[in-house]
Design a protein around this ligand. Structure first.
Ligand SMILES: *[C@@H]1O[C@H](CO)[C@@H](O)[C@H](O)[C@H]1NC(C)=O
Ligand SMILES: *[C@@H]1O[C@H](CO)[C@@H](O)[C@H](O)[C@H]1NC(C)=O
Ligand SMILES: *[C@@H]1O[C@H](CO)[C@@H](O)[C@H](O)[C@H]1NC(C)=O
Ligand SMILES: *[C@@H]1O[C@H](CO)[C@@H](O)[C@H](O)[C@H]1NC(C)=O
Length: 195
């Protein structure tokens, strides 16, 4: 574990996006590097569910989100969410969301994800006029803070808190080896299809 932390520190400081990475009890007990996944750990970044080259998705079995963080300060995220509306119980909105880019661990404890411009999302709302469409997604996301605890049963758990302090679902380490697309822009935004 110590060796992996050192490797992470050395390679991170060699990158153009080098940040001061804090390894202490308040921040984390293990490196943030690797592929993390919430809930039943069914959702994962990489080639399993997202096809950014043609902006399509296949469906994970369960909802959840997965973040991969790499030593080069590159990240990838995949989310599969379902929102229900009490007034229309038969019309859940389904969102599949993918992006990648660079991340920064700020000295004030926040984490900032800056996508590289080829992200996309699919929104399905069976009761809306536009019931199924794909759109570009390039939002910069700021999380106020993050922590990694090592749970005696579940192992390392990454907790992130949104800009307003509200907690994201905790994510467990799916694989210490980052599972992700290449660290570069894969498509041009102008190529995005809409159905
Ligand atoms: C999109 O790309 C994936 C992965 O290459 C492929 O399996 C899928 O059939 C493609 N879908 C469309 C609609 O082209
Ligand atoms: C539920 O649907 C109604 C009608 O479209 C909308 O006004 C309302 O904001 C929705 N509620 C939620 C929580 O999305
Ligand atoms: C923390 O740092 C980030 C990145 O520099 C910045 O965007 C954010 O506003 C800062 N948060 C606070 C509470 O100062
Ligand atoms: C995506 O967002 C980043 C960060 O805000 C920006 O630098 C980039 O130009 C955006 N790309 C596109 C295609 O909008």
């Amino acid at each position: 574990m110590l060796l992996r932390s050192l490797v992470f520190l050395v390679s991170a400081s060699a990158s153009a996006f080098a940040q001061q990475i804090v390894y202490d009890v308040a921040h984390n007990t293990t490196p943030i590097e690797g592929t993390w996944s919430s809930g039943s750990m069914n959702v994962t970044t990489g080639t399993t569910y997202a096809n950014p080259n043609n902006k399509t998705f296949s469906y994970p079995t369960n909802t959840g989100q997965s973040f991969t963080n790499e030593a080069t300060m590159w990240f990838e995220v995949l989310r599969f969410r379902m929102y229900s509306n009490g007034s229309y119980p038969n019309c859940p909105t389904i969102v599949l969301n993918w992006s990648h880019g660079t991340f920064q661990l700020a000295s004030n404890g926040s984490i900032l994800f800056t996508p590289v411009g080829d992200g996309y999302q699919q929104i399905q709302d069976p009761c809306a006029a536009r019931s199924d469409f794909v759109e570009d997604y390039n939002d910069t996301e700021l999380y106020q803070s993050w922590q990694i605890f090592t749970d005696p049963t579940d192992g390392p758990k990454l907790h992130m808190f949104a800009f307003d302090g509200s907690p994201e679902p905790p994510m467990r380490l799916l694989s210490a080896m980052p599972n992700m697309y290449p660290n570069q822009r894969l498509t041009n935004a102008s190529q995005s299809p809409t159905t």
